[in-house]
Design a protein around this ligand. Structure first.
Ligand code: ADP
Ligand code: MG
Length: 627
């Protein structure tokens, strides 16, 4: 029996591993199963190139827990180690055998999916175990070896009578980590980290119901049998070629990833590159549940099918964090700070690749299945609009498929809209005027009157719309967006057949003075206009500029703070052609006259949803008195 000291540096590394290297003790299982997987894939490679005489067979990794003996065992049927190899790969800590293997078989093994590269993974076992044993037999047929170490730098290595090829790791779980002996805990960890690893992993058995034998009676119970409980799917959808997958396979995989999710995803995007970086994965646009709010951190990051994290900040662009799915890339450096990560060249390339793929996918859906794209627009617009605001490259592509819905449920791209309205909706300077509403109910009367005049009214109701409009106006010169209840439409859009005024200019001026005397002048700017006699007598509008500044201030537009809070300020547009104006003018009792004006102002406020609190109560009271 050999005894000795593990490489000197270990003395320093051990406490480091225990305390700092991995703050998450649970990852020991991921590391040991990764090693078992590597050992299996290495053997697969060696047998495939004729360098091993061993029969590969159908190797399985078996995890078991013995609560009484306080042991966790991980057993593989991989290539095993000779005692020399144990000396080399285990005793010389920080000497990664995976790295050496990949070096040696550089060309043939680069796609073998081998995971290890730190050379410290194995020692993470000591985070939960006070003693670790390795019993291993090499595929070469060399005598089996038995290594034992109690966490001090002292180990023992002796011969073992193990006959079958492969390695068994026995963890003697330490007193303060006994929670890991719970089957439910191990199950949970296996599902979290190992659900999609490439070699089948067995944990216990399960009961399977078989077909009833022929001639069995109705009341006879179906026979059952105990079978291996394989916890993983070794060939998850993202490892396959897109050409080999049907739409339904993507949906099934989504369910596999999110078993609690009942809604199908809207779209999927299959990522697949190997140059200049390696990345595979599938991203999904989820159907967002408006009651749950926006959920981030649903994208899972894997490396060679081993789960790493669901924090993909810095790897996936911010606006795509609402998506779901899987990204698998061995090229993302781990155990580094996020800021380092964001500065990493490969990671930057990955992030812009993902952005481009999402834009291209949207574009092809828009082109090939417009109806479906329109039907899903409401669910995806948040992501697209946010992306257009935050990434210029995305904007350049997305402006061609981003949709502007109308209040009547038609969808136009900006260019389509422009073609449609450029003849009828321009202002005095020839600028295109795009009318929009943000709330169909609250702005109903304004929408109606704009539609009556034959104008197209968009429905733009996402929370970041004022920022998006700003961006669109900056991109498309000679275009201005105006909300239907903004600057009065008749003043804005040039009409050839101007309405004839019933009142002279002097009479209009006098009317203005009369009204100004009654309404609060710090809030309302009175404008007397000769409009269609059917239009309301009093209409309140809010200058587009003013309202937009306010909205941007509220949603954190930045830079607006120096102006302080914007005062409430509205236009009161009075239709001098309306018969109600005649009524005001012919009223001789001053008190009754101002009563009429107040009532009309309140009605206008009511239709703009501005009449609240005491004013509303008084209005209702006054109205009852008059009827
Ligand atoms: P890494 O996996 O990064 O190489 P580890 O500390 O996890 O580093 O493992 C060190 C080395 O020990 C491996 O590279 C491998 O050569 C060897 N090893 C560990 N576990 C096994 C196993 N189950 N079967 C065969 N060799 C193993
Ligand atoms: Mg390892």
């Amino acid at each position: 029996m050999a005894t000795g000291n593990i490489n000197v540096s270990v003395e320093n590394i051990f406490p480091l591993i225990k305390k700092f290297l991995y703050s998450d003790h649970e990852i020991f299982l991921r590391e040991l199963i990764s090693n078992a997987t590597d050992a299996t894939l290495k053997l697969k490679h060696l047998t495939s190139i004729g360098e091993s005489k061993s029969e590969y067979g159908n190797p399985v990794i078996e995890v078991s827990v013995d609560k009484e003996a306080k042991q966790i065992r991980i057993k593989d049927q991989g290539l095993g180690m000779t005692s020399e190899e144990v000396e080399k790969y285990i005793n010389q800590v920080a000497f990664s055998g995976a790295e050496e293997f990949l070096d040696k078989y550089k060309d043939s093994a680069k796609d073998s999916g081998i995971i290890g590269h730190f050379g410290l993974g194995f020692y993470s076992a000591f985070m939960v175990a006070e003693k670790v044993e390795i019993i291993t037999k090499s595929h070469t047929g060399a005598p089996a070896a038995h290594w034992v170490c109690d966490g001090s730098p002292t180990f023992s290595l002796e011969a073992s009578d193990k006959e079958d090829r492969g390695t068994e790791i026995i963890l003697h779980v330490s007193e303060d980590e006994l929670g890991f002996l719970e089957e439910t805990k191990i199950s949970e960890l296996l599902v979290k980290y190992n659900k999609f690893m490439p070699v089948p992993i067995k944990f216990g058995t399960k009961t399977e119901t078989l077909e009833k034998p022929e001639g069995a009676k109705e009341e006879d119970a179906a026979p059952t049998q105990e079978v291996d409980n394989i916890i993983n799917n070794p060939t998850p959808a993202w490892t396959k070629q897109p050409a080999d997958l049907e739409d339904n396979d993507y949906k099934e995989f989504y369910k596999e990833l999110y078993p609690m999710q009942f809604e199908d995803p809207l779209f999927n995007i299959h990522l697949n590159v190997d140059y200049p970086f390696n990345l595979t994965g599938i991203l999904y646009f989820p159907k967002l549940d408006p009651n749950v709010g926006i959920q981030k951190d649903k994208i899972q990051l894997y490396q060679n099918q081993v789960y790493v994290t669901d924090n993909v900040e810095g790897i996936v662009p911010e606006f795509l964090m609402m998506l779901r799915g899987v990204i698998d890339s061995p090229d993302i450096p781990l155990n580094v700070s996020r800021s380092y990560l964001q500065a990493d060249g490969a990671v930057k390339k990955i992030s812009s690749y993902i952005t481009r793929k999402v834009a291209d996918k949207m574009n092809s859906l828009f082109k090939n299945n417009r109806a479906d794209f329109e039907a899903k627009w409401d669910d995806i617009k948040i992501v697209i609009e946010y992306g257009m605001l935050s990434e210029d490259k995305f904007f350049d592509k997305a402006k061609n498929f981003a949709l502007l819905p109308t209040v009547d449920g038609a969808y136009h791209t900006f260019e389509e809209l422009k073609t449609k309205v450029e003849a009828s909706q321009t202002d005095k300077d020839g600028k295109l005027v795009v009318l929009y509403a943000s709330d169909k109910d609250a702005q109903h009367s304004y929408i109606q009157s704009a539609k009556d005049k034959g104008y197209e009214v968009l429905l733009l109701n996402s929370p970041i719309v004022s920022h998006l409009i700003q961006k669109l106006e900056a991109t498309y010169e000679n275009t201005t967006f105006v909300r239907v209840d903004g600057d009065h439409v008749d003043n804005l859009i040039k009409k050839d057949d101007a309405t004839v005024s019933k009142l002279s200019d002097e009479e209009k001026e006098a009317l203005k003075t009369t009204i100004e005397a009654v309404v609060p002048k710090e809030t309302y700017t009175v404008q007397v206009e000769a409009m269609d006699s059917q239009a309301s007598p009093f209409i309140i509008t809010q200058p587009e500029f003013m309202r937009r500044m306010k909205e941007m201030q509220q949603s954190g537009g930045g830079g607006m703070g120096m102006f302080g809070n914007f005062p409430e300020s509205y236009n009161l547009v009075v239709n001098s052609n309306h018969s109600f104006v005649d009524k005001i003018n012919s009223e001789t009792n001053e008190e009754a006259k101002s009563g009429l004006i107040k009532q009309a102002l309140d009605l206008a406020k009511l239709s703009q949803n501005l009449l609240k609190g005491e004013d509303l109560t008084n209005f209702v009271k006054r109205s009852f008195e008059t009827i």
